[in-house]
Design a protein around this ligand. Structure first.
Ligand code: PLP
Length: 376
């Protein structure tokens, strides 16, 4: 069969057929102990090679157009395992400005302990990355659209630049999901996800994923075995089931988010809207080139209303952490994902106190807009 279209891949890719019952779904293999005689490698959950992990590894790698995949117990497990797999003592890495808060904390508080050097770009145009190159630079790490300001980096240009300098290029593709953006097609080496978000999609799973060439996934797995961030079989199954509806959910979230962003843009209660689908977004043209949909995340700054009071007045939209689920939720980055950053670090990252981030769900968009209107 030729390459499966994305809707079909979401449903079928990776499914492990139970030959005995011929059930249509991958069965859940609950064992954590497997016989080891006469096989090449022992099977064990933390070795990332139990059947449910392998089914999901395949599904996610097909969706992200990579040779191989690896699922983790969280997005941060995927991110930390990947960074530590490729960077040795004395190496240097360049990270973009505007990283997810957890990644920022990992980079700025942990890497030094391992003797790994890093720089964070002052802005995200290519020359800012070029200026930071050192003889010991090994990796470029980007996140586009970024969390929470939805800034856009030109993926093809970053990949080209990384290749020309023999650097490993890594992207956190969580905000876009594989439905809106496939960075491997644009030359990126390693794609990472917090599968807790769109891949899981129902705010009931914590997981992560990495997709890349076979050789790179082998290297990540070697480090990951020691770090121990594997995912249990039950959650692997839940995630596999969730991904069956990923394309449908994300398409609806794209449509809803575009409508909400347009409604808020120029609204008398709003100071600024951040959404790459708006033509006044500085990264709109690049986003249009590299994304097939602009995603379900919309951030905005309130002009008059206090952000806490605004969130308390909402009836349908819940003020809660995380993102990517079927329910529309809202959160203040200052109070959640970026709370571990100092005020100066937040200011440098452009995260203001009146910033709110909306993760748009699949509801009827009229109800979401009405809820926000009554809260203004
Ligand atoms: N990357 C992004 C863009 C995120 O938003 C998050 C979590 O919010 C993570 C990574 C970390 O994922 P997890 O919470 O699954 O470890």
């Amino acid at each position: 069969m030729s390459q499966l279209s994305v809707h079909t891949a979401c449903v079928h890719a990776g499914t492990m057929t139970d030959e005995k019952t011929k059930g249509v779904n991958t069965p859940i293999y609950t064992s954590t102990s497997f016989e080891y005689l006469d096989i090449e490698e022992a099977v064990y959950p933390r070795y990332f090679n139990v059947p449910n992990t392998e089914a999901l590894n395949r599904k996610i790698s097909i969706l992200e157009h990579g040779e191989a995949g690896l699922v983790f117990s969280s997005g941060m497990a995927a991110i930390s395992s990947t960074i530590l797999a490729f960077l040795n003592k004395g190496d240097h890495a360049i990270f973009q400005k505007g990283l997810y808060g957890g990644t920022f904390v990992l980079v700025t508080r942990e890497l030094e302990k391992y003797g790994i050097e890093y720089d964070i770009t002052p802005d995200n145009d290519i020359p800012f990355f070029e200026n930071l190159i050192k003889p010991n630079t090994r990796m470029i790490y980007i996140e586009t659209p970024s969390n929470p300001l939805l800034s856009i980096v030109d993926i093809a240009r970053i990949s080209e630049f990384a290749k020309s300098r023999k650097l490993i290029s890594v992207i956190d593709n969580t905000f876009a999901s594989p439905i809106n953006q496939n960075p491997i097609d644009l030359g990126i080496d390693i794609v990472l996800h917090s599968a807790t978000k769109y891949l899981g999609g129902h705010s009931d799973i914590c997981a992560g994923a990495a997709v890349s060439a076979e050789e790179y996934i082998k290297k990540i797995r070697k480090t990951a075995l020691s770090l121990g961030g594997s995912l249990n079989a039950q959650t692997c199954y839940l995630l596999e089931r969730s991904i069956k509806t990923l394309a449908l959910r994300v398409e609806r979230q794209n449509q809803n988010a575009q409508k909400i962003a347009e409604h808020l843009n120029g609204h008398t209660e709003i100071q600024h809207v951040y959404y790459p689908g708006l033509i006044n977004h500085p990264g709109h043209n690049i986003a249009e080139k590299q994304m097939s949909g602009f995603g379900g995340m919309v951030s905005f700054e309130l002009l008059h209303t206090d952000p806490v009071k605004f969130q308390k007045k909402l009836k349908l939209i819940r003020p809660s952490v995380s993102l990517g689920g079927v329910d529309t939720i809202i959160c203040s980055s200052v109070m959640t994902s970026h709370r571990h950053l100092s005020k100066e670090e937040r200011e440098r990252e452009g995260i203001r106190d009146n910033l709110l981030r909306l993760s748009v769900g699949i509801e009827n968009v009229k109800d979401i807009i009405e809820d926000m209107e009554q809260a203004f």
